[in-house]
Ligand binder design. Structure first.
Ligand code: SAH
Length: 255
């Protein structure tokens, strides 16, 4: 599905920042991971090799995502990379005693997709040392990928892939919701009110008593179970009316 990429879309607002990356191959693989998920803004803070963006390994691992490498920005400090970012999340394999609030990738993606901040960033650490504490404490959130506790350190580009994927899914789902709210795409009826649903339950109960499916002297948990099931479905007015129509037919038929 092609969704419009407006300036407010997360695809345009989210920046990926790699701090002190050692292996140019990883930088290329990050570019590829980002592009497959529709993101393009890449910043490198002091990569180990100054030719990181043109290094043969970087180019080979980027595969068809060389445009992301060519457009990437190399800076000397984290402050330069985060200039005009309004929300920054540190992505770290290690939890720390003093850290910003910890979020899962999915929670972060939902937050970013719903946010209206013009620029937001994800910051990733070096392959061996991770992110320095000074950077983590200044971030708005710490993102930890809930991996195998006995072996929890992912390859840098795979960590980027996972975050980019979660952000894409959250953004695409959000766009679909917005589109269907604005138009008739993906029909959505009026959500039934509690009153309407209550009336339907009464009607349905009466019908079930009529056909002896429900014994009023010993109702057990039938109605609570049915209510629980319907409460998971976000009933619409039209659907409530259909169920009432069925209940009415049952009552008329028996009566
Ligand atoms: N030994 C390092 C791991 C570095 S892996 C450390 O202990 O931090 C390189 C980068 O990939 C990390 O800095 C982080 O940004 C990301 N990463 C790898 N595994 C991760 C995980 N389980 N959760 C969150 N980020 C992870």
């Amino acid at each position: 599905m092609n969704l419009p990429e407006t300036d407010t879309s997360l695809f345009k607002r989210l920046r990926f920042v790699l701090v002190g990356t050692s292996h140019p191959g990883n930088i290329g693989a990050v570019a590829r991971a980002m592009k497959t998920m529709g993101f393009s803004e890449l910043y490198l803070v002091s990569p180990r090799f100054s030719d990181a963006l043109t290094n043969p390994d970087a180019i080979a691992f980027a595969s068809g995502a060389q445009d992301i490498l060519q457009a990437a920005t190399i800076v000397n400090s984290i402050d330069e990379a985060l200039l005009d970012c309004h929300y920054v999340a540190a992505v770290s394999a290690r939890l720390r005693e003093f850290s910003p609030p910890i979020l899962s990738p999915r929670q972060l993606a939902a937050h970013l997709s719903q946010s209206t901040q013009k620029s937001v960033a994800l910051v990733f650490g070096n392959e061996r040392y991770g992110l320095p504490n000074e950077i983590v404490v200044n971030c708005n959130a710490l993102i930890n990928i809930p991996a195998n506790p006995e072996y929890s350190s992912l390859n840098l580009a795979q960590a980027v892939q996972l975050l980019a994927y979660e952000c894409r899914v959250a953004e695409v789902d959000g766009e679909v919701d917005k589109l269907s709210a604005q138009s008739d795409i993906g029909f959505q009826g009026k959500t039934a009110s509690l009153n309407e649903i209550d009336g339907m339950y009464t009607h349905l109960e009466k019908a079930l008593v009529t056909i002896d499916f429900l014994d009023p002297a010993s109702p057990k948990k039938l109605m609570p179970r049915l209510k629980r099931m319907f409460s998971r479905t976000q009933l619409e007015t039209e659907e409530v009316n259909i169920l009432r129509g069925i209940a009415k037919k049952i009552i008329d038929f028996k009566g």
